[in-house]
Design a protein around this ligand. Structure first.
Ligand code: SF4
Ligand code: SF4
Length: 457
């Protein structure tokens, strides 16, 4: 069903034909109980244009966001290690035909970039690279991971590296697993086979079937957490949302666990991209509706947005259910150490410094979190999902968010920031329901203020 495009197209046609107010209400009642939705139910919501139902979709998305993720936002930053790429993807600046001098980081340069990221307070990275076996082999990626994980600067260390590299073999995924990656992230870009074929002009990524089965190989290799996504704007977004849902259901059925995260990038200007790729560009209103539908359909899957979105949109998307954002990002190789010279994969629309984003979150009454605890406590894959589905995840997310914010505040905040952080930490401590955990968190916060680091539960 997943790669049967006519099944999805028919589903959307039927959803319009059988549109029924009572059915929509029942679907929303189900979502309201945090039961998630099937792809058929999502199809019904996607075609729904009734403002009162759409308002309820947002209401439930907001409620789910608060119930499961609270007011915490997990922060991460991308680290581009190589822009060599043999593929010709029409929407990407790194496509092989775009003539610019390609670069990959030396290990010394990896360290330089990571020092800067650590100084921003980051603990969680997404390692990014184009596809080029010759110039950017799996051994190079492993060396980068090893370098990053071994680094420890005065206050900084990267505790989790998610990896976003091209679809590869079971053998290579095993190597990534052994290197201790967090989530393996790969976007299908679009699930619509003819569009996929059109926008992937040449290169190994053109092989739709190899790309769409990458998570099967990653999970066979033992990687527990995989993160999917599409690039909205390449094809009919409703089609791609349904395909994402089907992919999630497929993985749940086959491996017992679906996507750990879903990323929702929207197409934006990239210097070397080809303009015809923007036919289905999504307006803000429809994009927000899609984010909210995804939030209520897969309530326990983290939702990620990047700095492609403006600060205003990021704020709205957070309220619609997004749980992870990047901050202070650069989308180019050596982008942190030599920002002016970097050739970027795509343009960003939120160019605020990480510290400004962190302060902005607090001003918006949200808790910036640098937590990486689950991965380090072995809470991955189905172990993570069962904790999430039982509702008990919040008993660890909130304490960890507060402890990591306290670390950040002590290590990187000035007096004014520390005051702000202390106020929100104090207030949020009382929201930890479990008394034992609340006491432990308060004790840990004292220890952090006294110089201890890396405390988590
Ligand atoms: Fe290469 Fe990825 Fe860009 Fe395609 S999207 S050109 S594979 S870097
Ligand atoms: Fe993520 Fe786990 Fe930390 Fe919660 S406790 S923020 S789920 S790593």
């Amino acid at each position: 069903m997943l790669s049967d495009n006519s099944y999805i197209e028919n589903l959307l046609i039927q959803a319009k034909q059988i549109y029924d107010e009572t059915v929509i209400s029942k679907i929303l009642d189900k979502a309201d109980k945090l039961e998630g939705l099937s792809h058929e139910e999502v199809a019904q919501l996607l075609v729904c244009e009734d403002e009162k139902h759409i308002a309820r979709i947002f209401e439930i998305a907001h409620k789910i966001k608060n119930h499961i993720y609270g007011n915490r936002i997990v922060l991460f930053a991308p680290l581009y290690v190589s822009d060599y790429c043999v593929n010709q993807c029409a929407y990407c600046n790194y496509n092989h035909n775009h003539g610019f001098e390609r670069r990959k980081l030396t290990m010394e340069q990896v360290r330089e970039e990571v020092v800067i990221l650590e100084k921003m307070g980051h603990k969680r990275l997404a390692l990014e690279a184009g596809e080029d076996e010759e110039n950017c082999s799996i051994e190079f990626i492993l060396e980068c991971l090893d370098t990053i994980y071994k680094m420890k600067t005065e206050n900084g260390e990267i505790r989790r590296v998610n990896v976003n590299i091209a679809a590869t073999t079971v053998e290579n995924y095993k190597k990534l697993k052994a290197a201790g990656i967090g989530t393996y992230i790969l976007f299908q870009e679009t699930y619509h086979r003819p569009t996929y074929d059109k926008v992937h002009i040449a290169g190994p990524k053109k092989d739709y079937d190899y790309h769409i089965t990458a998570f099967d190989r990653a999970m066979e290799a033992g990687i527990d957490d995989v993160g999917g996504g599409v690039l909205f704007g390449l094809h009919d977004p409703y089609f791609d949302v349904l395909a994402l849902m089907l992919h999630n259901e497929y993985l749940e059925k086959k491996f017992g666990v679906g996507f750990h995260t879903v990323s929702i990038p929207r197409i934006c200007k990239a210097d070397g991209a080809i303009d015809s790729a923007y036919e289905y560009a999504l307006d803000d209103k429809s994009f927000l509706k899609i984010a909210a539908i995804l939030r209520i359909a897969i309530p326990f899957t983290g939702m990620i947005i990047s700095t492609r979105e403006s600060p205003e949109m990021r704020k709205k998307l957070i309220h619609a259910g997004v749980s992870q954002i990047s901050g202070g990002s650069s989308t180019g190789v050596r982008g942190y150490s030599t920002p002016d010279n970097s050739t970027k994969q795509f343009e960003i629309n939120d160019d605020r410094k990480a510290s400004d984003i962190i302060e902005w979150l607090i001003d918006e009454n949200m808790i910036p979190s640098f937590c990486t605890a689950c991965y380090r406590n072995g809470r991955t894959g189905d172990r993570f999902m069962s904790l999430a589905k039982s509702g008990n995840i919040k008993n660890v997310c909130l304490p960890n968010a507060l402890m990591t914010l306290c670390e950040y505040s002590c290590d990187y905040g000035n007096a004014e920031f520390q005051k702000k952080a202390d106020t929100i930490i104090e207030k949020e401590l009382s929201n930890i329901e479990n008394e034992e955990v609340r006491i432990l968190t308060a004790e840990n916060i004292k220890k952090i203020k006294n110089g201890q680091r890396d405390l988590f539960i």
